[in-house]
Design a protein around this ligand. Structure first.
Ligand code: ADE
Length: 246
């Protein structure tokens, strides 16, 4: 089975790359690119894709850059060009649900676009004709995630993830998104991946580790916890890949 692992920032994909490539953890992209050992680099339409073999299976790690447009482009290339059969997203998110603390892991049950707005024409927020407000992630992959969490003694949360092209650091906007969509966490790529995978019928899974609370301190917390939370998410995703191919 060919599996994609996708992240939007170098910090999000590097722990996955180092695990697959066997190089020590590194955050300098130029260094990583010139020192890859077991991973083949492809540059397509301005994004980087890393092809690896893991326990006999083909894995493609993709670095999309931030935001819905880059995420949709990357997911489309993974599906159409690399012909991946499963897509797992790994990264960080801001917490909307007060029960979520920094470092916590949340798997998306379904995803929506909080900044999609044609309400002027009488449609609900997050909806366009022939689209859906929410897109469900794959149930089997979520079940697998629960098994991994149980085996590792990790308290994996599940919930609705809202995606938009905004880094939210504003209590009012945060509450509006929580209330309007019932969302538990917020990020900038998940729903774009969901739209693409749903359209191509590719099972997908979105995992996020909390880096901030989307409040006044969000930018500071994000910088402080990006690496740590990215690694928590990446480690979990690697365990899921092992279970998926095992
Ligand atoms: N990713 C991590 N934190 C976020 C936030 N506060 N807003 C949007 N995306 C995020």
């Amino acid at each position: 089975m060919k599996i994609a692992i996708m992240g939007a920032m170098i910090e999000e994909i590097e722990p996955i790359l180092s695990a697959l490539d066997g190089h020590p953890p590194q955050s300098d992209l130029a260094y990583i690119l010139s020192n890859l050992k077991n991973v083949r680099l492809h540059s397509i339409a301005g994004n980087r894709y890393f092809e690896a073999k893991y326990k006999g299976h083909d894995i493609v790690v993709a670095y999309s850059k931030i935001g819905k447009v880059y995420a949709a482009l990357t997911a489309s290339v993974l599906v159409q060009h690399f012909k991946v059969e499963r897509l797992l997203f790994s990264g960080v998110a801001g917490a909307l649900n007060p029960d979520l603390k920094i470092g916590d892991l949340i798997a998306a049950t379904k995803l929506c676009q909080h900044d999609l707005d044609i309400t002027a024409f009488g449609h609900p927020y997050g909806y366009v004709p022939e689209g859906k407000i929410y897109i469900q992630s794959d149930e089997y992959l979520r079940m697998l995630a629960k098994e991994v969490a149980k085996e590792k003694g990790i308290d994996l949360k599940e919930g609705i993830i809202a995606t938009g092209d905004q880094f939210v650091a504003d209590p009012k906007r945060k509450e509006w998104i929580r209330k309007t969509f019932g969302a538990d966490a917020i990020e900038m790529e998940g729903a774009a991946v969901a739209v693409v995978c749903d359209a191509f019928d590719v099972p997908f899974f979105v995992l996020r580790s909390i880096s901030d609370a989307a409040d006044m301190d969000a930018a500071f917390d994000f910088d402080e916890f990006l690496k740590h939370s990215s690694r928590r998410s990446a480690d979990f995703i690697i365990s899921m890949v092992e279970k998926l191919i095992g």
